[in-house]
Design a protein around this ligand. Structure first.
Ligand code: IMP
Ligand code: MG
Length: 173
């Protein structure tokens, strides 16, 4: 079993407030639109589930899976699409929903890939940002938390598939 001890960085209460704030910003900007939310598996599924339930917009969701990490804590630097979209995005208002922007390699790859498909608009909503580790710039339109250069788990986010079930955002020592 895993003998690492996670400690709380952002509590369930703080997460709830942040999700409500983000939803209000998104709702204002997408009024009268029919956006497609593209969630990056697996880390963002809990965040997506909470976010969409704070929005009363006629939105759709789809999922992509992008690989950048194996079982290590460092990005391999190589990003590839493991599971693609099932929804055409040409002319759609697309909002990518991600857990953490770290080096930025995953998102810069994905945003470039999606942009080629000519969406009407393409924006990014990230639960967390670790700016100290950025290697390539990534514009984050809706940001939940800025986090220090620590490894984060919980609220859907894993370390080697562990700790996703934790209700708070925690730091792994
Ligand atoms: P990037 O390509 O380096 O920006 O990495 C992005 C992906 O790495 C995120 O979507 C996460 O899946 C993963 N990641 C980055 N930092 C952490 C962390 O602190 N905890 C868990 N996963 C992380
Ligand atoms: Mg991820």
């Amino acid at each position: 079993m895993v003998n690492k001890q996670p400690s709380i960085l952002f509590s369930q209460q703080e997460i709830k407030h942040t999700v409500v704030r983000l939803a209000a910003e998104i709702k204002k900007d997408y009024q009268g639109k029919h956006p497609l939310f593209i969630s990056i598996l697996k880390g963002s599924f809990v965040f997506l589930a909470d976010l969409i339930r704070q929005l009363d917009l006629p939105l759709e969701v789809d999922f992509v899976k992008v690989s950048s990490y194996g079982s290590s804590k460092e990005t391999s630097g190589k990003v590839k699409m493991v599971q693609g979209l099932n929804t055409p995005i040409k002319g759609r208002d697309v909002l990518v929903v991600e857990d953490i922007v770290d080096t930025g390699l995953t998102l810069s790859f994905l945003l470039e890939h999606l942009q080629k498909k000519k969406p009407a608009s393409l924006k990014l909503c990230a639960l967390a940002d670790k700016p100290s580790r950025r290697q390539v710039p990534v514009p984050i339109d809706y940001l939940g938390f800025t986090v220090p250069d620590k490894f984060i788990v919980g609220y859907g986010i894993d370390w080697d598939e562990n700790f996703r079930y934790l209700p708070d955002i925690c730091v792994l020592d």
